[in-house]
Design a protein around this ligand. Sequence first.
Ligand SMILES: Cc1cc2nc3c(=O)[nH]c(=O)nc-3n(C[C@H](O)[C@H](O)[C@H](O)COP(=O)(O)O)c2cc1C
Length: 500
Amino acid sequence: MENRSNGLEQFILTSLEVMAGLFILAIGAATLAALFIYVKDRSQTVSTVRRNFPLIGRFRYLFEELGEFFRQYFFSMDREEMPFNRAQRSWAYRAAKKVDVTVAFGSTKDLRPEGTILFVNSAFPTLDKDAVTPPPLIIGPYCKNPYEAHSIFNISGMSYGALSKPAILALSQGAKSACCWMNTGEGGLSPAHLEGGSDIVFQVGTAKYGVRDKNGNLSNEKLRKIASYPQVKMFELKLSQGAKPGKGGILPAIKVTKEIAEIRGIPAGEASISPNRHPEISNIHELLDMVNHIRDVTCKPTGFKTVISGDDWLEALCEEILKRGIESAPDFITVDGSDGGTGAAPMPLMDDVGLPLIESLPILVDLLARYNLNERIKVIASGKLITPDKVAWALAMGADFVVSARGFMFALGCIQAMQCNKNSCPTGITTHNPELQHGLVPAKKSVRVANYQKKVEYGVGLIAHSCGVAEPRELKREHARMVVGPGKSIPLNELYPPVN
Ligand SMILES: Cc1cc2nc3c(=O)[nH]c(=O)nc-3n(C[C@H](O)[C@H](O)[C@H](O)COP(=O)(O)O)c2cc1C
């Protein structure tokens, strides 16, 4: 018995000695490594911070990187983050999860800054029994296959490439169940788009991905093939997007997988950079020619997407449309605000070029009205319209539809990690790394996509009914005011008098 306990004591003592030895060894190795890094930092000539503060200077990079993640949890106030603050994001998350979206005690939104929109509640709001579901709108009445669009709020263009396969599948399934459309973005049509079963708007980007021939020109044969899918309801010619007006799509080489390369019609493993504009469209005549060409070939409604800063070219376009006849008009124009999102863009374009939607939407709506083309050409608005108040504002200003990209990314679980260009998206949405995609289960996330879509439309309905109208598209400019100074707001119909 005594022998056995001596043996145990001996074993414990030896283990402790080994552990102490290992510990001393580890400290020694760490000290040596630290010394090595210290000397390396001190003697290098590239980084001033590391040269002046060897070793500890390196923590700066670590904290900078971690700060991006932790700021949103610990330091930022509910309403101060960009591009979307915590209040907006949590509304989208909660709507997507179909949990309670009511708030208690009082609003945390500062209602004082100039430009804040306030809706005008009616003394006699609409009773539930008098509320109506917005009727479908027809897009492309002169086209062989007009599109009867049922939803006000739809999914904006995000390419397969910028987004992962499970993300595309979840969006497509979600859009199908919410009865809204999904835009392919400029990366072509993938099997996942079709598998989900939603209505699809096919985007023709400046590189014509998915509809290009060997030389990169538009292929009628491929256009016809895409149009032959009954799910594909419309075609959108992309002139520009808000986050990078005047710059084509950028897909880093790491994201150009074999499958993506095949769908786009480009080599795998090479960065995919599309031209700054369609090489064959350099004026409004060629723009109208191209819109009509695509519509003639596909027999489906065709429009274009653009960022608007000045209206000269749009005036010229409207005049040309009236000259050619209103059948020649684009069936819709998607106006993207300069504060739109992207998978990757140069900062000077993202920050400094183009008008935000708050300014460009009224420019477009009023111009179309001046030329009496507002019935013919439907207006689709996008740019940070991810909550009901924003969507309601766009409708009141005269938009017919709203599309969102990042709102639906939040519904998919995006945490605004701002890594869309790095293939390291922690939520599997904008990465082709299978391990990171593993967390995104389309069957679950598609339900959230549909919940979010429906909750946004429901919320727009709440605003409409509070303003005393029967459905969201009856919202007009007189139903909202803009704060213009301390204690002063002006009705939108005075700030932007409607043209007709
Ligand atoms: C990841 C990502 C990819 C995008 N890809 C495209 C694209 O291929 N084509 C396009 O026209 N716009 C693209 N966009 C822009 C969106 O369609 C949309 O116009 C813009 O983000 C504004 O909407 P939002 O504020 O609701 O995100 C992309 C946006 C994101 C976030």
